[in-house]
Each structure stands twice: as structure tokens, then as C-alpha cells.
Ligand binder design. Structure first.
Ligand SMILES: [Zn+2]
Length: 317
């Protein structure tokens, strides 16, 4: 448990270093919880804060997206706490009177599912993967305590509500007339990540597997080769719109860019590790080669590439 928490803190620390901000000018529902139309019946609620949960953002640092169907709303990710879940719920009511019938939790990181408790009155299924649920059960309580501490209690109290419906492989389903395909990243970002593909609208809901302004978020309990394969697969689907777990929406081009970058770095690290070179040497090599190509395409490239090389080195061991 301590190892997982330690790792999680590290991820959060890294996220804190990248403190982004996206601003949207759409009609304001209530401070910050702005609903942005994406396509017919599809909406995003994008957090203006990308970094660590803190007293200012009250723990709200991740995005939620929702689809209004003929039989209710499907909500993809519920935020970092019960009170954030309630804010999301309220924002949804400005668009539709339909209740949230289905929740999908993209993965086990606390900022994507701790809001589940806000939807128990209407929801009929909370969907995730087997592996994500196992990780939620390990990390849920310590994450609650951690979030409460770093937000100085402003995140409020949260009841842990676990998913009720588990997937163990890619699956096609229909929700109130909307065709949806669940895609496994095979642990690309974290154990059991789920993506959601809408083949008719050509929209992909990426959770933290897909990024926009920042380099892809790799973690100590993710699988980098599988993440690269997933990014290539998603790019081949040619999504018109790519929705992310943090930051703004993007397009297929940036998914391909991320796959190419990650695979260059991963291959270099693998080769150098086999040659007994140390990570500083690899970092210098990778920076010299890739900064001219990618330096201007990502926020905070220098710090991020260093984190990637160091973490990928550890993953070789
Ligand atoms: Zn995550």
C-alpha cells in the first residue's frame, strides 16, 4: 500500500510541476463548472486546473464528459470527490432533465472516480474494468486521506462508491440508442484503463491514456509499450475529436505525435539500458535528438522528457 501511495504522490508531484491552465469562454454554469458542447448530445466539463489537488482548486483537477441519450445520461468520469460530483451533476442539469443512468470510470486514479457517490440516486450501472476496481479498492481510502490533506479539507467528505459493472475485454454496447465501444489500453497509463469510442461520431474519450498539450502521462504502474500500441491504434481510428482526462480536447494528429515521441524515447532507453549506459547519458542523447522536433509541441518539454527517461529507466529494471 505504501509503495502505491508513494508512487501516487510522485505522480501528483509531477502533475503539480506542470500546472496548466485551459480557459473556456462558454456560458458559465457556476464558477468553473462550465459545460462545453462537443457534438450533438455530447458535452465536456473541463477543469481549469491541471495540477495537484490543492486548497485553491478544492481538488478539482480532472475532466468529465457526458452523453445525453434517449434513456438518460452517460457520464464518463466523476471528478475527485463527492462534492465535485455534485457540482458536475448540477452542471449537467443545465443541459438536460435526464438523470445520469450510467457512469464510466476510465481508471483507478482518485480524480476520476471519487465523485461516484453523487450519482447513486439515479445510476443503474457504474462501469469500469476488473483491474481498475482492484486498484481502486487498494488505493481508494489512502487517496481520500491524501486529497483531504493536500486540499486542507476543502475537498469535503466523500463516501467511496465502487463500480458495479466490470469489463474484462473490449466490448461494444448500446446506451439509449448510442453505440459505444470500450477499448482497453492494456494498462497503458494504469492497470485496466478504459477508453470509450463512439464510431458514428468518431469521438474518443481517452481518460488519462490520451493527452493534448502535455506529454503523455506515463506512470510506474502503467505499461509503456502497450500505451504506445494503444496510441497507434487510436490514431488509426482517425477520431475527429479526442477528449482527454486533463487539459483541452485535441485531434488524431496529436495522438500520433505522442505515439511517435514515446516510442523514440522508449527504444532509446531500452537500447542504452542494455548497453549499461546511465540515465543521464540517455537523457542528453534523447534531448539532443528530440528537442528540435518536439520541444515546441509540448508544454514544459525539458522537465517532462527528463521525467519520462528516468521513469522508463526504472521500468527496465
Ligand atoms: Zn490517471
Amino acid at each position: 500500500m505504501r509503495v502505491v501511495l508513494k508512487h501516487y504522490r510522485k505522480v501528483l508531484l509531477i502533475l503539480s510541476l506542470i500546472g496548466l491552465i485551459t480557459h473556456h469562454s462558454k456560458a458559465q454554469v457556476e464558477p468553473d463548472f462550465v459545460v462545453t458542447p462537443i457534438a450533438k448530445n455530447i458535452y465536456s466539463i473541463v477543469s481549469p486546473s491541471f495540477g495537484l489537488p490543492n486548497p485553491e482548486n478544492k481538488g478539482w483537477n480532472s475532466n468529465s464528459h457526458f452523453i445525453v441519450t434517449e434513456e438518460g445520461v452517460l457520464l464518463f468520469d466523476t471528478g475527485s470527490s463527492e462534492s465535485i460530483g455534485h457540482r458536475i451533476k448540477k452542471a449537467i442539469t443545465t443541459i438536460t432533465d435526464q438523470p445520469v443512468r450510467w457512469v464510466v470510470n476510465s481508471h483507478s486514479h482518485a480524480d476520476h472516480w471519487l465523485g461516484n457517490a453523487a450519482f447513486t440516486d439515479t445510476v443503474i450501472e457504474i462501469i469500469t474494468s476488473n483491474q481498475a476496481l482492484t486498484t481502486m479498492k487498494q488505493d481508494g481510502q489512502p487517496s481520500l486521506e491524501f486529497y483531504s490533506r493536500v486540499t486542507k479539507g476543502t475537498i469535503g467528505t466523500t463516501q467511496l462508491v465502487y463500480p458495479t459493472h466490470l469489463l474484462d475485454q473490449n466490448k461494444k454496447r448500446n446506451f439509449g440508442g448510442v453505440a459505444i465501444e470500450f477499448i482497453f489500453s492494456n494498462d497503458g497509463h494504469s492497470p485496466g484503463d478504459l477508453l470509450m469510442w463512439l464510431p458514428q461520431q468518431k469521438i474518443i474519450f481517452g481518460g488519462d491514456v490520451l493527452s493534448s498539450d502535455w506529454m503523455p502521462v506515463i506512470t510506474g504502474h502503467g505499461n509503456v509499450p502497450n500505451l504506445i500500441n494503444t496510441l497507434n491504434h487510436i490514431a488509426e481510428l482517425k477520431p475527429a475529436i479526442v477528449l482527454t482526462g486533463h487539459g483541452s480536447a485535441t485531434t488524431a494528429r496529436s495522438v500520433k505525435r505522442d505515439a511517435d515521441l514515446l516510442s523514440s524515447v522508449w527504444n532509446q532507453v531500452k537500447e542504452d539500458y542494455a548497453d549499461n549506459k546511465d540515465s543521464d547519458e540517455t537523457l542528453l542523447n534523447v534531448k539532443t535528438r528530440l528537442e528540435p522536433i518536439y520541444g515546441s509541441l509540448y508544454k514544459d518539454f525539458a522537465a517532462e522528457i527528463e521525467r519520462h527517461v528516468k521513469l522508463m529507466y526504472k521500468l527496465q529494471q
